[in-house]
Design a protein around this ligand. Sequence first.
Ligand code: A3P
Length: 283
Amino acid sequence: SDNLWYEGIPFPKKDYNPEILRKVQEEFVIKDEDVLIITFPKSGTNWLIEILCLIYSKGDTKWIQSVPIWERSPWIESEPGFAFANDREGPRLLSSHLPIHLFPKSFFSSKAKVIYVIRNPKDIIVSGYFFWNSVHFVKKPKSMEQYLEWFLEGNVPYGSWFDHVRAWMSMRERENFLMLSYEELKRDTEGNIEKICQFLGKKVEPEELNLILKNSSFQAMRENKMSNFSILDDTYIVHKNPLLRKGVTGDWKNYFTVAQAEAFDKLFQEKMADLPQELFPWE
Ligand code: A3P
């Protein structure tokens, strides 16, 4: 299977089409009270969704255990997500992987809150290699080496990681924009949940915070069939449980050769040297 190409960006073939992608950009109305989770795929999107759902429910698991994660926070650019999002009353929790230049135009004059999550691109490559090989409707790499090559060319779902991150990061001084990293979220989950609550203007009690932590853990999500993608039927997935793979930082060390890592780091320096390096909290 190949990808769907739209405006020079590859997308998965199922659930995406040019008409919806155009409509999302031109017609989708982002409302001031919306909260958006935006990421390049494999950066920890679903972890953030689970945390936000639990913040909204004060740690209670009823919602996260009864509604599939993609319905709780619809992917606005996919066909089913677009329909879910349009039907929903506010305040909406929404997700997107869109690069900023294809994002709904209405966003730029709204007060909607955005949480943008970044992750070490070397870990995104490893995570993406396994994930895209576990689902249908995307072009399949034959090896990690080939996937790395495609990633560097921007020939993977949602295009160039470098362009995505650079463009979205340019919003970082905005009041309604919170940038988080997978690495910091792993290192200090509790502190970052508190940061998110503050950003959303939500007060949580210490015992609620404990429930949020416990119920959004890797293990809890892995066991929650509404969050681990296992209820997707086999028109979507090749292997059961494609999402909650390892949930660690630095797994790239098990897959990159020394030469690949050095070449990647060199390219990273070339492409991102002008940005403050403290924005990238990983090794
Ligand atoms: P790995 O493949 O490295 O394990 P996304 O949701 O953007 O597709 O990202 C998926 C990645 O986030 C996967 O990484 C997955 O294991 C990880 N992840 C999901 N939930 C997590 C959690 N609760 N804690 C830690 N990592 C999590």
